[in-house]
Design a protein around this ligand. Structure first.
Ligand SMILES: Cc1ncc(COP(=O)(O)O)c(C=O)c1O
Length: 390
């Protein structure tokens, strides 16, 4: 007899990036190099001083050992200082738990807050991994719809209208993956106030916060003395320091919340690898200027992409865009995002994500991670969309 699998896992769709990358094996070769706008990965290498610093640590026997579950105190201390600069926040090392990417931080947050049968209000379009994780845990995603008029900025009134007595979390990603939309600090404050009023959590995934133009402060929630009662932050250093493979994430919450989450941390990962912790510490201590330079470069990419994409003659329409991503309406009404994305691979040598992986009813859209490609490659990428207009 064959073992049975959990229906919670079999019901979930294949990871979208894996699915889309499989199409490449069947791609007709027309001599054109693929333009990969699919998985969001900065195209540049980590800072060479960071890499050299890590190389020098490899002989240290401590590097290969476990650390405390939440991470080394000196690393969390350095991150607290960085939060002082970035958010004007006075946080303690006890507010941080270093994780295997922001992905694991999300799991820690959810298993600490929810049980099967609970509901999470998810701003659509969602970062696809979030509803996938929720579905596996038997938690229902209740979608706040995407509004083209609002260009992907969440509506607090709409979100509040979706809260029921099963709701445990309001989930927002800012800057958004997949729209790039940057939720203004005042709107984030409103969402926090709603969470407070209903005795639930606001989870904010800020994986792309270092790509907010001009290093503007993402929000002021940490200045509220009671922030930890209703706010949980998911953060990643993966995109910030071009270290996606190091799995450099963290959960930021009240010390009491972190103490509970550590029970899950111990069973899932024990700790973030020490080499990753050292990379983060080097980054927060030395690389503010480098990060800012990359942010400026991403803004230039966005400006150029937007300027070229919206010129007359392109039937693909920019529905929203911002940090790292563009959310585009395709012109082939009857086709799904999947079919159009597949066509783009085969006929335009462009790899991107179909909109429907980000929530129900989004078949008319595509997600483009223009942050993956250099400014010099952007005109060619946009031209390939224009050429697929018929
Ligand atoms: C919104 C969002 N959250 C979390 C993640 C996962 O980040 P990490 O690589 O740190 O796990 C990503 C990665 O693309 C993301 O886009």
């Amino acid at each position: 007899m064959i073992m049975k699998l959990s229906p919670h896992i079999t019901a979930v769709h294949t990871p979208p990036i894996t699915e889309v990358k499989r199409w490449l094996a069947e791609r007709p070769t027309d001599g054109r190099e693929l333009i990969d706008l699919c998985q969001a990965v900065p195209d540049y290498a980590p800072h060479p001083d960071l890499t050299r610093h890590l190389a020098g640590l490899l002989d240290d026997p401590l590097t290969s050992k476990y650390s405390p579950d939440e991470g080394l105190p000196e690393v969390r201390g350095a991150i607290s200082a960085y939060y002082g600069r970035k958010y004007g926040a006075t946080l303690s090392p006890d507010n941080f738990c270093l994780t295997i990417g922001a992905s694991q931080a999300f799991w820690l947050a959810i298993v600490t807050l929810c049980t099967a049968g609970d509901e999470v209000v998810v701003q659509a379009p969602a970062y696809f991994d979030h509803p996938m994780a929720l579905e596996m845990l038997g938690i229902r995603s209740v979608y706040a719809p995407f509004s083209e008029e609002e260009r992907g900025i969440p509506s607090p009134a709409t979100i509040e209208g979706l809260i029921t007595d099963r709701t445990r979390v309001l989930l927002v990603v800012s800057p958004s993956n997949p729209t790039g939309a940057i939720t203004p600090p005042a709107t984030i404050r409103e969402l926090f106030t709603i969470a407070k009023r209903h005795g639930i959590a606001l989870i904010l995934d800020e994986t792309y916060s270092e790509f907010i133009p001009e290093g503007a402060r993402p929000h002021d929630l940490f200045s509220d003395p009671a922030w930890g009662e209703n706010f949980v932050q998911i953060a990643s250093f993966g995109k910030t320091y071009a270290l996606t493979g190091y799995r450099a994430g963290q959960l930021v919450a009240s010390a009491a919340f972190i103490r509970q989450a550590l029970k899950a941390q111990d069973t899932m990962a024990v700790c973030q690898p020490r080499i990753t912790q050292q990379a983060i510490m080097y980054g927060v201590n030395h690389l503010d200027g480098w990060v800012r330079g990359n942010c400026d470069m991403m803004c230039r990419r966005h400006n150029l992409f937007r300027q070229l994409f919206v010129q007359p003659g392109n039937r693909f329409r920019l529905a929203a865009s911002g940090a790292f991503f563009a959310w585009v309406r395709h012109p082939f009404g009857s086709m799904s995002g999947r079919d159009v994305a597949k066509r783009l691979v085969d006929e335009a040598a462009i790899l991107c994500l179909p909109g429907e992986v980000c929530g129900p009813g989004l078949e008319g859209y595509l997600r483009l991670a223009f942050g993956n490609i250099k400014e010099t490659a952007i005109p060619e990428a946009v031209q390939r969309f224009r050429d697929l207009n018929s």
